[in-house]
Design a protein. Structure first.
Length: 172
């Protein structure tokens, strides 16, 4: 019976390791998305502000008018909110780390009953990997919410810019 339990535990440990690998890969993917999103938002914000400045000076756009500000302010605010949301992804977060070999040896020496058999050592390793994976998943889920916010802000910013250009083109 003990051999079957040990094999089952080893089988479950493989899933813990796989879940950890998936979350670390997801973290790399999320950071890549955040990096590109920040670049796109910054570039769009700069391009839109330059375009609005040039277009409003070249055409008869009344920049003191309410229509101008009703289109410009949402574009500006959504762009800034999008940039802030991508920066929130990169802020330091709580993480869990694997203990060093020395720390683990001290735990084994202090609690031999928890680590006395291969079964118990594998169980402790699985618990540790799962705790780290859970923290990674939590951080990745939060990061994905910020990325979604950034993309929504980018869509609002592009829509406001499109409305502004339409408004300028329809002027007499």
């Amino acid at each position: 019976m003990e051999k079957e339990e040990l094999e089952a535990l080893k089988y479950c440990l493989q899933f813990s390791k796989r879940a950890y690998e998936q979350q670390t890969e997801r973290q790399r993917h999320t950071m890549g998305k955040a990096d590109y999103l920040l670049k796109y938002l910054t570039l769009l914000m700069a391009a839109f502000n330059i375009t609005i400045s040039v277009v409003s000076k070249m055409s008869s756009v009344h920049i003191a008018g309410s229509v101008f500000w009703c289109l410009y302010v949402p574009m500006l605010l959504s762009g800034m909110l999008g940039i802030v949301s991508t920066l929130m992804i990169q802020r330091p977060r709580k993480i869990r780390q694997f203990p060093s070999g020395k720390e683990e040896l001290i735990k084994i020496q202090q609690n031999p009953s928890e680590y006395g058999t291969e079964y118990k050592r594998i169980y402790q390793e699985m618990l540790r990997i799962d705790k780290i994976s859970d923290r990674l998943k939590e951080n990745n889920d939060k990061a994905m919410k910020w990325i979604m916010t950034g993309y929504i802000c980018m869509v609002v910013m592009i829509a406001a810019f499109g409305s502004f250009i339409t408004y300028v083109m329809c002027l007499p």
